[in-house]
Design a protein around this ligand. Structure first.
Ligand code: LLP
Length: 441
């Protein structure tokens, strides 16, 4: 393979290079998009989002049976557009705040298909969730359970819930995105015996209905083993709850966490195969234990939206420090993508406007915040960038816009989507300076 063709090799098939040597997404020229909508610009490929959702839906139904389905973990990217797509694709959703709930409601999402998370739900969160008719509340602790029971009683309803348990699994991902260990701010530990106390307490409540258990072990996990380990411990607990309390769980929600390929050296997971491997493990465990097969839910966030998106920036220039590093500056940075600053996350960076030029420069992509750590990626090979070039950071659909800030009073970017018919539509408009001062008194 020639050097040029090798350079054109992309992380996945929906990215390409056109006759002008420009990067394309879903066949659309990214340099033209940057011209039309300005930068920084996030571009989503709608067909890819839908395909990712369909893979989960059909694989879960096939592997676990009817009644098992995916919930899109909307913390990865929450806006009206994505809840509309989730509705059209028959996805449930995982919500983690009243803000996400309000966004889902305003997009017309039927929140009886929603699960509300959160390790500290306020009274007003609980009241709002019950008012909106949220299908399930995933209970984090017993103080919260008391309030849910009281508020449900005052409304004359019985609120379906799951209990969030921590199975005690370390999935060996970045420490900041590990959540299933015993020492965690989330959920109730099995190992310490606290889960037993919680189940007994919950079963004594009249205005909540315990439908089963939830766990989530972490994010960006490429190995099936930690999911099977978590499933084994959760099924063991389901058996224990049946034997101890005569309670049989209907739902086992295994959370999210499947890894996504950000750079060539990471694998591209076959999610259907991953799901089938977990399912065959669960079927065997369930058979051994004699409990009824629970309905399985999963909460993929990253693996639904991450690889559907890229972010376009305009290059400001380069700074070469002889004997040290070289920098390429862009008109965005940690306000639209804080993940390198937070987790030293991997990203693939391309010079979208000159994809066929030779990589004769190695530079660190630096944002424009007054902060040395405002970097997107270090030591990236590129053709020497020139002021006005368009630079693309790939796989930015998850935890980028949803974690964006206005640090240094930088407006958040616009988000556009390429629809299945090739039409481009605005999903979130670019913030203006007026937006920035909107709340100031
Ligand atoms: N369910 C629960 C309860 C979660 O806490 C999460 C993610 C998910 C589902 C979705 O996990 P996913 O499929 O997206 O891995 N900001 C970090 C990621 C934090 C993940 C938080 N919880 C990052 O940018 O990598």
């Amino acid at each position: 393979m020639s050097a040029v063709l090798e350079k054109e090799k992309m992380l996945h098939d929906d990215l390409g290079v056109n006759e002008s040597g420009h990067l394309t997404i879903a066949g659309v020229d990214t340099v033209e998009l940057a011209k039309q909508y300005g930068t920084p610009l996030m571009v989503m490929d709608e067909a890819r989002i839908r395909r990712n959702m369909r893979v989960y839906r059909s694989a879960m139904e096939k592997s676990f049976g009817a009644g098992s389905y995916p919930l899109y973990a909307s913390k990865a990217f929450s806006c009206k557009y994505i809840y509309r797509i989730a509705t059209e694709e028959g996805m449930g959703v995982d919500l983690v705040s009243s803000g996400e709930l309000c966004t889902a409601v305003s997009a017309g999402f039927d929140v009886s298909n929603a699960f509300l998370h959160g390790n500290n739900k306020t009274d007003s969160d609980i009241e709002y969730a019950i008012e909106c008719g949220v299908g399930h509340i995933v209970v984090d602790n017993m103080v919260e359970l008391d309030r849910i029971d009281e508020i449900a009683r005052s409304r004359g309803i019985v609120q379906p819930i799951l209990l969030r348990l921590t199975p005690g699994i370390d999935p060996h991902t970045h420490a900041a995105i590990t959540t299933g260990k015993v020492d965690s701010k989330f959920g109730i530990a099995i190992e310490t015996g606290q889960a037993d106390g919680a189940v007994a307490y919950t079963l004594g409540k009249r205005n909540v209905r315990l439908d089963g258990f939830h766990c989530h072990i972490g994010s960006q996990i490429f190995d099936v083993t930690p999911f099977c380990d978590a499933a084994r411990l959760m099924i063991k607990y389901i058996v224990h709850a049946r034997d101890t309390f005569g309670y049989e769980a209907d739902i086992l929600n295994l959370g999210g966490g499947f890894g996504v390929r950000y750079i060539e050296s990471q694998p591209e997971l076959d999610y259907a195969d991953f799901i089938e491997r977990i399912a065959s493990f669960i079927r065997a465990e369930v058979k051994k234990s004699g409990v009824k097969m629970p309905r399985i839910l999963m909460e993929p966030g990253r693996s639904i939206v991450a690889d559907s998106c890229l972010t376009l920036y305009t290059v400001g220039g380069t700074k070469v420090i002889p004997g040290f590093k070289s920098y390429v500056s862009i008109d965005g940075g940690m306000p639209d993508n804080p993940r390198y600053a937070l987790y030293q996350s991997d990203y693939t960076v391309k010079l979208a406007s000159r994809m066929r030029d030779v990589d004769d420069f190695v530079g660190t992509v630096a944002g424009r915040c007054c902060e040395s750590g405002d970097l997107i990626q270090e030591n990236v090979p590129l053709p020497t960038p020139r002021r006005g070039d368009i630079l693309a950071v790939l796989v930015t659909g998850a935890y980028n816009y949803s974690m964006a800030s206005n640090y240094n009073r930088i407006p958040r970017p616009a988000v556009v989507a390429v629809k299945e018919n090739g039409e481009v539509t605005q999903v979130i408009r670019r913030e203006t300076y007026d937006d920035l001062v909107r709340l100031d008194m």
